[in-house]
Design a protein around this ligand. Sequence first.
Ligand code: AMP
Length: 404
Amino acid sequence: MSFETLGLRAELLRAVSEKGYSAPTAIQKQAIPFILEGRDLMGGAQTGTGKTAGFTLPLLQRLSSKERSQKGRRPIRALILTPTRELAAQVAESVREYGEHLPLRSAVVFGGVSINPQKQKLIKGVDVLIATPGRLLDHVGQKTADLSNIEILVLDEADRMLDMGFIHDIRKVLALMPKQKQTLLFSATFSKEIKQLSSGLLNSPALVEVTTENTASDLISQVVHPVDKTRKRELLSFLIGSNNWKQVLVFNRTKHSANRLAKQLESGGISAAAIHGNKSQGARTKALADFKSGKVSVLVATDIAARGLDISQLPHVVNFDLPNLAEDYVHRIGRTGRAGHEGEAMSLVCIDEHKLLKDIEKLIKRNIPKIVIDDFEPDPSIKAEPINTSRGQQQRNAKPRRNL
Ligand code: AMP
């Protein structure tokens, strides 16, 4: 199947071919026809499946095939809500690229940066707005965003938005929009909360799903390297050096350990940057840009900061430690093996983490091969110590983070 047979207009086909895509991905094949028909949609897809183009292309087509109903300032006709600034910025970039040959305007608003340039842009009028919930409500409060003409609403990574405590903001946003509209909800998992949200929001939705819930892609090879906690950094440096890795994303459970690890790698001669919630938006954008351009070979990230990071064809992901929530493991390794490319996910696991590893293997319904690296054999005399797993719970119960 080709993009042409999906019924997309010439301007969009041109943009797609300029991006170098030869064929639609599974989610695109399934979702695009339903969205073009005007149906509501519930999409089960993670970042990396091509879901952004899956909703953006038909959204742009629908907006451009209908005349604007009003003269004067353009009303916002489509709203795309995302949980994080990074995802908002990436989706906005996709909307710009795919819409390059259409006379539609878009803007992105998120917290952590000055609100004034965003206001200027909104005042001029945009057709498509990409936003994180908190900042969007700030704009509504300041009368720079009016949602009463929304025709299409997209909730991207809806499960993450709920995990991050955005439900109240989302409900406030929904109340500002017309009842009659097309709604598209994307989520990697279909929890009870997601089902609850969607049942009140979607009207006989088409259901499309590309990955079975919580199973890791077959394109990702996974391995566990058992190692003592105190030797993880040394092992990581060894793996990077001996394999000559040029681009590796390393996950850390806490901001503090992400910072420390990036500094230690740097002082050992490996270029590294840390990305986490305590960094300013400018520092996060710079770290990501340096990583993408190859200036920095190691990006050390926490789970929240890494959500939605679009780094295509990332070859290696390393779990410096295992996440407290088994679902986060699936999200972490989903950063590699994207859109048809093979990837490798390694986990450095010490004795304290065996319980977390068991939970992960149960969730993904497979055993991950264990390979001990020579000279890094765990010391059998070391006994397991309990690890503090409270963060996962805190995150689930988190209050809305207005600054996202
Ligand atoms: P997403 O899941 O939307 O974050 O997309 C993941 C990656 O796949 C992005 O880097 C896209 O540029 C890329 N991508 C999207 N659609 C296609 C396609 N049809 N063929 C190849 N790559 C694609």
